[in-house]
Design a protein around this ligand. Sequence first.
Ligand code: DQA
Length: 159
Amino acid sequence: MTKPKTSRQAARPKLLVLHGPNLNLLGTREPQHYGTVTLADINLALARRAESAGVDLEAFQSNHEGALIERIHAAGAEGIGAIILNPAAWTHTSVAIRDALAAVMIPFVEVHLSNVHAREPFRQHSFFSDLALGVITGLGHQGYLLALEFLLDKFHADA
Ligand code: DQA
């Protein structure tokens, strides 16, 4: 039987990783831009690192904008401490997801596998970067782990 938490025990910090459209195809999708590591591999590496740091981490991917917005709204009610977000193509189009993040006021790190600044001009504008704690772009799948390290450090410093 697990012991009930006393008020002196701090709750485990909770992190959410959000992946936008087409990222379920990582591994085979345009490997020249996105590499060959699958989304399942990325999520597993993040889950292992979070577990070793004593942090709860959930990953969620959707190809439906409304589903991502509703996941962000729910995160506000669930006490999620921070989000790692790759909005994928919605980076360049979605005022609605930006507004959802602004509404819940959960700090987030924006991650892109490819270097969006070295690609087509339409990828060089993000609706998220000015709200983000920071942006990691072009470091492939390692970008997610670097974002996680940053947030673990931040949780530690803020605790
Ligand atoms: C991406 C970059 C976006 O421009 C693109 O639409 C994606 C993935 C990246 O991770 O490099 O789907 O966010």
